[in-house]
Every structure is written in C-alpha cells, then in structure tokens.
Design a binder for this molecule. Structure first.
Ligand code: SF4
Ligand code: SF4
Length: 339
C-alpha cells in the first residue's frame, strides 16, 4: 500500500513525495537537511520546476548523491518545442544528472496554451525529442483546472493537479477517466498551501480517492516526518475522521480560491486568481520575496481593486475577493514596512 506503480510510467513510487516549492526560501544548508531527511525517511519521488527559482539547484545539490535510488520530476513553463528542449538541458545541469525521470508541462490552463503545446512546434514535440535522446524518461502535464487535463489524457503519462478535501472537483470526471487510461495521478497542493490543518487525514483522503501520490511541500525535517508517517497508517478513514475533515472543509470552504477563473475578466484588469495565488504563497508558504517579485511584475495589484463586486457574483464559491484583497494589501504593506 505504501508503494504504487505510477500509472503507465511503470515507476514505483512511495505514495508521499516531496514538493519542491518551499525549499526555495531556505538557505542551502537547511534545504540539504530537509532533503536528506526525506531520503532517510524513504521518500523516493521529488518534484520541482524551472520556475521555482533555485529549487532545482538545491535538489541537485543533495539528490545527485542518491541518483539511482530516487525519481526526479520537474516542470517547464515553456510552450514551444525549442524552449522546452532548452529547459530540459538547463534542468539536467541544475539537477546534476544525465536523465530526468518525469518532465512535465507546467500548468496548462487555457485553450490557447493547450493548443500551443500540443500543436505543431509546441512544447510536447520538444519533450518527445528529448525523450528519444534519453534525457527524459516520461512526459507529464500539470494544470489547476481538471477539465483541461481531461482533454489531454491521451497525450501524457501523468497528470498533476491540486487535490485535497477542499479542492476535489477531480472526483467527478477526471479521476475515473484517468484511471481508465492508466494515467499516473499526482496531487499537488495537497494541504492547500498550508490551509488544511488535519494534514494526515487529508493525505489519507487523497490517497484513498485513487491518486497515486501526494507531494506536499516541505521546509522542515519535522514536516517530512509528519507527512511521511501517513504511510504507516494508510487505512481507510473512519466515520469520525471523515466528520473532522468535513468540519474543516466547511470552515475553510468559503475563503479558498480554487483558481477556476469563472470570475474573469475583472473590469479593472486584475488577474484575480493569480493574486489569490500570490497571497497564499506570501502568507502560507512564507515566500515573501518571490511573491513581491511577482506582484511588482503585474500591471494591476491588490490596491487597484475598485470593489465593484462583479467577481463575487461570478464566483461559484461566492468568495469575497474585494475584501480579501483589501485586507491582503493592508497586511502586505504593513509587513513590508516592518523590514
Ligand atoms: S471587486 Fe475588484 S477584483 Fe473583483 S471584479 Fe471588481 S475590481 Fe475586479
Ligand atoms: S475567486 Fe472564485 S471564481 Fe475566481 S478563480 Fe477564485 S474560486 Fe474561481
């Protein structure tokens, strides 16, 4: 039960893997310690991405010593063949290896992106060429929108998507379809950016829902121990445990952006779902420098919300975005001034 074959890749993975976002904020020495603890615990699947600043390099610093024991997955945001091929070469260098087990196209969440990566000269073509050269072994895709992954199941060996007790829309269509096609399923953001407190029950929920592996981000050895120990007790959730998860879901439900983008476009030009994402990274992951860098690149930020309320009426979860953004902006400004 603790190990599983990741769909048609044939890779044998421990069902808790390592998500590479949070090590970005750690100094190299601390990142080494967390990664070493993960290896000692028995975690054998490590996921990172080209856009996670120095996460690939930090993984390469430790994982290269254990190359034959572990599985490395990374992602590219590049949408065209040449760019994706170049990214594979950069990842190989960063990760200090001569092959990557799983290379994924990162967050394909619009029609335009999907058409571009799958079409002639698209990123998938570039990854196939690198696979033929043996530089990557398997090709996957990630998205925050399950309905896009449903359309791409025939092209990829694995799919990666946010899944947890709050964000579980994939139960309806995606998971049964992926199972039928033996596509590997990887749960990203399994603890919803740190919002979910019943971590162990939630991880068990994910794995009993049929996903092969969950990859929580970790930035402390104790977190590694907590997450990985789920595999010692991988029994079905009891009624009482389900009740606790339901209670948490109810508590968090109204305040959690699922990044479905039903609210777009915003008349004031705000990228609403991305701003919610940045807010989560700033406050839940503590990636303040990363978040500020992204905020500064945006033409419109939290302070530009006119509180017209249009997004509230379009959001299926009735998320009070204008108030959330107003509070977020006040908190970020205060926090930045304290530095
Ligand atoms: S309330 Fe703010 S974020 Fe929402 S649609 Fe209006 S301007 Fe955009
Ligand atoms: S605010 Fe609501 S509608 Fe907009 S992306 Fe988030 S969950 Fe979807």
């Amino acid at each position: 039960m603790n190990e599983i074959i990741l769909g048609k890749t044939g890779l044998k993975v421990k069902r808790i893997g390592f998500g590479g976002i949070p090590i970005q904020r750690l100094p190299m020495k601390e990142s080494d310690t967390v990664l070493e603890r993960a290896i000692e615990s028995g975690i054998n699947f490590f996921d990172t991405a080209r856009v996670y600043t120095d996460s690939e390099e930090k993984m390469g610093h430790i994982l290269s010593k254990y190359r034959d024991k572990i599985i490395i997955a990374t992602n590219t945001y590049n949408r065209v063949a040449k760019g994706a091929e170049q990214d594979v070469d950069i990842s190989l260098k960063n990760l200090k290896t001569d092959y990557i087990d799983l290379y994924q196209l990162h967050n394909i969440s619009t029609d335009a992106d999907m058409e571009k990566v799958l079409g002639s000269g698209g990123a998938l073509e570039g990854l196939i060429r690198q696979k033929e050269k043996g530089k990557i072994k398997h090709i996957g895709v990630s998205s925050h929108k399950p309905w896009y992954l449903e359309k791409m199941l025939d092209y990829f060996e694995t799919i990666q998507f946010p899944f947890n007790i709050i964000e579980c829309k994939a139960n309806e269509e995606l998971i049964p379809k992926a199972k039928d096609k033996n596509v590997g399923m990887i749960a990203m953001k399994p603890v919803a950016g740190g919002s979910i407190k019943n971590v162990q029950y939630n991880l068990r929920y994910i794995l009993q829902s049929g996903l092969h592996i969950a990859i929580p981000g970790m930035d402390h050895p104790d977190q590694v121990d907590e997450n990985f120990s789920v595999l010692e007790n991988l029994k079905p959730l009891s009624e009482d445990e389900i009740k606790k998860l339901d209670a948490e879901k109810e508590l968090l439900g109204d305040n959690f952006c699922r990044r479905c983008e039903y609210c777009m476009p915003c008349p004031a030009g705000l990228n609403i779902s991305f701003l919610h994402l940045i807010r989560g990274y700033y406050f839940n992951y503590g990636l303040k420098a990363w978040s500020m860098e992204r905020l500064e690149m945006l033409e419109k930020g939290y302070g530009d919300c006119t509180a017209c309320g249009e997004c509230i009426t379009k959001c299926p979860y009735e998320l009070d975005t204008p108030n959330i953004f107003r509070e977020t902006w006040v908190k970020i400004q205060a926090d930045q001034k304290l530095k």
